[in-house]
Structure formats: structure tokens, C-alpha cells
Design a protein around this ligand. Structure first.
Ligand SMILES: [Zn+2]
Ligand SMILES: [Zn+2]
Length: 421
């Protein structure tokens, strides 16, 4: 039997619901304000510094020579407002609603050791990197790209404002990681906040448009493990390769790292610090021990196979040319002629390419790293004879690349040297 509530009771229930609603709204607005402030301060200050106040001072750090467009900044900020709203909604759901009881979020610092707070932040970043890599690969598939990821890629020359510039669907997908983390990792709200802050700071650095890594970074093991601003910038510039968020791990394992990454990074650091900055030195024993687990994780790309990547001066019967060796998605090594060193030969090259309707001349195809500084099973194209022959590459101790191909029963050997600009 239904009993009508007394008038007094009705008022009590309504008031109580109203005050709960008010609390939710206030908490939601406070988190909205916090994530908004975080965006405008942490992206705004670097933007002011690098794009206005200290622009000339950081000229050498600039990754792409062209300037980012003002109209881009406006649309990036407009898109980011939507992302801030999504972040506030997901964070409020996790922290301020009864949903929180279902999660592993804990309030008492004494529930876990204090060291778990920083460690949980690092573990969360590693989990996020894995989630991001695979989500990113999926949204790059042609059937999803336009609907989900195109907005972020409208910035081919990113700025700090690009950090949150997403389509609504991508903003939700990106921030779903918070919902995943709270179910698999016990985290204190302090750790959650630090995770959000650190993640955003790295994100701003990745989209900064300027490389800031110190000189010694190239020689340290961290270079093998962590992403840089150049890393993500290449992804924006070329739309493919370098899908990882914080670490090089997944790109190296899945062979999706941009073939120009190391050469481009070296070019910029060389401009900042001179050639010495790139010389590899031995790592201290302490670093080895400290980073052994990370090194084990990133073993797949550090077998020396990448020493062949980058620009070389080829020497053949057709004169000297600059060739870029890169690793394709299939893990094999290829080489393309960028330009001839002699102006006359360059004109000839351009004419030949035009005749064949090709964009570039490929002269190394499908080489496989066979260890011992050798790459074989590939094809070598000899332009002067218009021949494609089996070839072998060997990196000499002197730093030269020995390129061997046999045709007409005779073995021909060329020595290529590193291209220094
Ligand atoms: Zn992308
Ligand atoms: Zn990006």
C-alpha cells in the first residue's frame, strides 16, 4: 500500500537532494576551474616565453623552421575548452560521486607506504603510455582518423596550446585512462593529482615546438627510453611513426619509430651545442644498475641496428649524393637519395624522376640487420647502369659504410661517409 509522504517529509527529502546536488555542482566547478587554470597557466607561460618574450633566445631550439600560425592557436584553445570540460566530468565522477567507493582510490596515507605515492605515479605513467600507444594506433586507422583524431593533427607545427586540442570523442578516449587506473592501481588523490600535473607538463613539452633536452641527454640511457619534443613533433609533421606518449618502448618493439627521429634530434642538438654533444660515451656503472629494468624493457631497439640510420654521402659512378637510410614499418632498412651534391647531377636526377613520375630515387631496398654491423638480403640499385642487384652493407670501425653489390660477375664496393651539414 502506498502512503503519501507528509508535507514536512517531502520538504526534507527535496532539501537534502538539493544540497547534495549543490555540493556536486560546486565540486565539479572547482575541478573545472583547476583543470582550466592548469591548461592556461602551464601552456600559457611557455607559450609567452617561447613564442613572444624569449623567441630570439631560443631560435636554435626551434624544431620546425616555419612559424606556427596564429589562427591555429585560436582554434587549438577553442578545442581545448571541450577537453577541459571532459577532464572535469571524468575526474568529478571518480573523486566526488558514490562511484568512488567502487575504485581503489584510498584516502588514508597510512593505507600504503609513503613511497608508493611517487611509485604509483610512475606506474600510472607507464600504464598510460601503453594505453595511449595502442589507442593512438587505432585512431590512425583510416576509418577512425577523420572522426576522432583529425582535430589534433590539424596542428602540423604544434604549440603548447595543441596539448588539449582534441575532438570530443578523442578527449573522452584520452581521459578514459583515469577510469582504468582507479580500478587497477591503488592511488591516493595526491598521486592522482601529481599524475595529472606531470602528464600535462610532459604533454606541453611534447607540443612545445622547441627542443629543451640538455646536452648530456643524448649520451645517457634516458635517450634510449624517453620521448623528446622532437619525437612528438615529427609525428605531427608527418602523421606517421612515433605513436608513443612518454617512452620509446612500444614504437621500438612494434617498429613504428619515425626513421628520421635520431637524425633530426641530432641535427637540432648539434645546432645548439656543436658536434661534440653527439659523441657517445660510456655510461656510468650507477646508471646501468639503476636503469637495468628499463633497459631490459627497451632491449629490442638497442642492438646497434639503428647506427645505420640517418644521412650518408653515397659515392658511385654517378657522383656523390646524400642518401637517407631509414627503417620501414616492416623492420627492414631502405635508402632514398635526398639530393645530388653536384648541381648538374641534381638537375639530371630531377629530370629522371620527372620522367618516371616518381618523387624520390630509392637505392637501398629491404636490408635486414644480420648482427656484426652487417645488413644483408637487400637490393642495391645502381643508377648509372639502371640495375638492381643483391647487396650488402657493413658499418666499418672507421665509421664508413661499406656498400657491396655484385653485377656482371664482379663485386663492386663503395664506401659511404656520414653526411655532416
Ligand atoms: Zn596521431
Ligand atoms: Zn600531439
Amino acid at each position: 500500500m502506498l502512503i503519501d509522504p507528509s508535507p514536512g517529509m517531502e520538504t526534507f527529502v527535496t532539501e537534502s537532494n538539493q544540497s547534495i546536488m549543490e555540493t556536486y555542482v560546486i565540486k565539479f566547478l572547482s575541478i573545472l576551474l583547476t583543470s582550466g587554470l592548469r591548461y592556461f597557466l602551464l601552456a600559457g607561460i611557455p607559450f609567452l616565453l617561447f613564442y613572444f618574450l624569449c623567441r630570439n633566445r631560443f631560435k636554435r631550439n626551434k624544431i620546425q623552421s616555419r612559424e606556427a600560425k596564429r589562427t591555429n592557436f585560436v582554434s587549438e584553445i577553442r578545442n581545448s575548452l571541450m577537453t577541459i570540460l571532459v577532464i572535469a566530468a571524468i575526474a568529478s565522477l571518480v573523486l566526488f560521486t558514490p562511484f568512488r567507493k567502487l575504485t581503489l582510490v584510498y584516502d588514508q596515507l597510512s593505507d600504503y607506504s609513503l613511497w608508493w605515492i611517487p611509485l604509483s605515479v610512475i606506474v600510472a605513467l607507464i600504464i598510460q603510455d601503453t594505453y595511449f600507444y595502442w589507442m593512438h594506433r587505432i585512431v590512425h586507422k583510416p576509418r577512425f582518423f577523420r572522426k576522432v583524431h583529425l582535430t589534433h593533427h590539424q596542428s602540423t607545427n604544434p604549440s603548447p596550446w595543441t596539448s588539449y586540442s582534441f575532438d570530443l570523442l578523442e578527449a573522452i578516449l584520452e581521459n578514459m585512462i583515469l577510469l582504468i587506473l582507479v580500478f587497477i592501481l591503488p592511488m591516493h588523490p595526491l598521486a592522482l593529482m601529481s599524475f595529472g600535473l606531470l602528464g600535462f607538463l610532459i604533454n606541453v613539452y611534447g607540443h612545445l615546438g622547441y627542443e629543451l633536452m640538455p646536452r648530456g641527454f643524448r649520451r645517457s640511457i634516458w635517450f634510449q627510453v624517453l620521448n623528446t619534443s622532437v619525437y612528438h613533433n615529427l609525428h605531427h609533421k608527418d602523421f606517421h611513426g612515433n605513436y608513443g606518449l612518454y617512452f620509446r618502448f612500444w614504437d621500438r618493439v612494434m617498429k613504428t619509430e619515425h626513421p628520421d627521429y635520431v637524425a633530426t634530434y641530432d641535427e637540432i642538438q648539434e645546432r645548439r651545442f656543436g658536434k661534440d654533444s653527439l659523441v657517445r660515451s660510456g655510461w656510468s656503472r650507477g646508471t646501468w644498475l639503476l636503469l637495468l629494468p628499463l633497459m631490459l624493457c627497451s632491449f629490442s631497439g638497442s642492438d646497434g641496428a639503428d647506427r645505420i640510420l640517418g644521412k650518408w654521402i653515397s659515392e658511385g659512378e654517378n657522383g656523390k649524393a646524400v642518401v637517407r637510410i631509414y627503417q620501414a614499418d616492416n623492420g627492414k632498412y631502405y635508402g632514398k637519395v635526398l639530393h645530388a651534391l653536384d648541381a648538374q647531377k641534381q638537375l639530371e636526377l630531377e629530370r629522371k624522376l620527372k620522367e618516371k613520375g616518381k618523387e624520390s630515387l630509392s637505392i637501398l631496398k629491404g636490408f635486414v640487420h644480420a648482427g656484426n654491423s652487417t645488413w644483408n638480403k637487400g637490393k642495391l640499385y645502381v643508377p648509372s647502369r639502371n640495375l638492381q642487384v643483391s647487396g650488402q652493407l657493413q658499418l666499418m670501425k672507421s665509421g664508413k659504410l661499406k656498400v657491396t653489390g655484385s653485377y656482371f660477375g664482379v663485386s663492386h664496393t663503395y664506401f659511404w661517409t656520414r653526411y655532416q651539414q
